[in-house]
Design a binder for this molecule. Structure first.
Ligand code: RFL
Ligand code: PHB
Length: 394
């Protein structure tokens, strides 16, 4: 069966859903093809921190209402080392900027609800998805569903299918450059119905490794512990997790830690990855399909939204003004921002984690850098400006 649309989108994660929604509000037609079910996509617990630019784009997409009601605005974070917590005050250091704690699961639900209410076309549980003829002016996406073969004929393809998707892997090796760093550790993440240990997120560097004390609401916490990359999750009993969470926090914070049954427990590998370029003829890679950051800087979802913002504006220029300039500059403009976020995520990851090969010298310089970041305005401001999100170039 043949379907026709303007933009064929692969992947119904935050990138694909937001792009489709923003385009629809401008009268530009799209169809999304997703490998998984809607429940599966909405159930994935991932990002928690939204930059101002992300909040603005969700408002522009008219899906920000619940985020403003239920999300938690944060005016800073705390860095913990040598058993003490130090505040980094974003509002003071960046001229009033904040971040919002609102789960990716909730963003995905809000987008899905808005798209479905507006009659959007999202094909879930599509099989054998392929992207074709993107070097021509008649690209297509093929897939099968319930045993029937389908083809979507479109003007452009947006590859929003994440790190393991087929869009990027359809590019011949000699047309793509891949840059990668894999870290010698992972994060064990838990979701638990217990109040946060502090008003702010706490990033902690200890001799047992890194820990992050985050939240989803005033009654729901999200905690992460640095662990081995090949960690067997069964080695982590609930008791061991609570003991480590207490050990990796200052004494005052540890008193606020109230153990409760875990709602979710999982291991996240840590990787930095960039694919260049991000455009191949009439196919554009968007979000995690083109780049992955370690979660320490809370940048993955925000970078994906940055790509969507740029592609959306470029497509409006193309369809409404006949101006292809932004489409031409898509890859270059996105990559400039992506590399700055990569640098920040690598830096914060290096600053906060225990590296197996670190010498006593490395450890002392790491602590000296933490001292610099928390005790000088120059150090704190560089961290704050990156964390709240660097400005868009265009
Ligand atoms: P996604 O979310 O991976 O969505 C891609 C979608 O494409 C589908 N797909 C296919 N569909 C059709 N055909 C195929 N062949 C397909 N292959 C795949 C998939 O099923 C999926 O639905 O990519 P997207 O939309 O670019 O969004 C990116 C974000 O999900 C990601 O960057 C963030 O979650 C990263 N991240 C964080 N980002 C932040 O900005 N702040 C944070 O605090 C933050 N914390 C995190 C994170 C990621 C984490 N994990 C688990 C990786 C914390 C964690 C633990
Ligand atoms: C989260 O709440 O899941 C979260 C917060 C900050 C990060 C990473 C993850 O840097």
């Amino acid at each position: 069966m043949i379907h026709k649309t303007q933009i064929g989108i692969v992947g119904a994660g935050p990138s694909g859903l937001l792009l489709s929604r923003l385009l629809a509000l401008q009268g530009i037609d799209s169809i999304i093809v997703e490998r998984q079910s809607r429940d599966y996509v909405e159930g994935r617990i991932r990002a928690g921190v939204l930059e101002q630019g992300t909040m603005d784009l969700l408002d522009e997409a008219k899906v920000g209402e619940r985020m403003h009601e239920e999300g938690l605005l944060h005016s800073g974070v705390e860095l913990c080392f040598n058993g003490e917590r130090h505040a980094i005050d974003f509002v003071k250091l960046t001229g009033g900027k904040t971040v919002m704690v609102y789960g990716q699961t909730e963003v995905t639900k809000d987008l899905n609800n808005a798209l479905h209410a507006a009659g959007a076309q999202i094909v879930y549980e599509a099989e054998d998805v392929t992207v074709n003829d993107f070097d021509t002016d008649h690209p297509s996406i093929r897939y099968s569903k319930d045993g029937e073969a389908h083809e979507i004929q479109c003007d452009f393809i947006a590859g929003c299918d994440g790190f393991h998707g087929i869009s990027r892997s359809s590019i011949p090796d000699d047309r793509i450059n891949l840059f990668e760093r894999v870290y010698p550790f992972a994060w064990l993440g838990i979701l638990v119905e217990t109040p946060p240990v502090s008003d702010e997120l706490v990033y902690s560097n200890t001799d047992h490794g890194f820990a992050l004390y985050s939240m989803r609401s005033m009654t729901l916490s999200r905690f992460y512990l640095q662990c081995a990359p090949d960690e067997d999750i069964n080695e982590w009993s609930d008791n061991r997790i609570w003991d480590e969470l207490a050990y990796r926090l200052d004494d005052e914070g540890a008193k606020n830690l109230t153990p409760a049954p875990l709602l979710e427990k999982g291991i996240t590998p840590m990787r930095s990855f960039v694919a260049e370029p991000m455009r191949f003829g009439n196919m554009f890679l968007v979000g995690d399909a083109a780049h992955i950051v370690p979660p320490t800087g809370a940048k993955g979802l925000n970078l994906a939204v940055g790509d969507v913002r740029y592609l959306w504006r470029a497509l409006i220029d193309h369809y409404k003004k006949g101006d292809g300039g932004r489409l031409e500059r898509y890859s270059e403009t996105c990559l400039r921002r992506v590399w700055k976020a990569q640098r920040f995520s690598w830096w914060l990851t290096s600053l906060m984690h225990r590296f197996p090969e670190a010498s006593p010298f490395d450890r002392r310089t790491q602590l000296a850098e933490l001292d610099f970041v928390t005790s000088t305005e120059a150090g704190a401001r560089a961290m704050a400006e990156n964390y709240v999100g660097l400005p868009f170039d265009d």
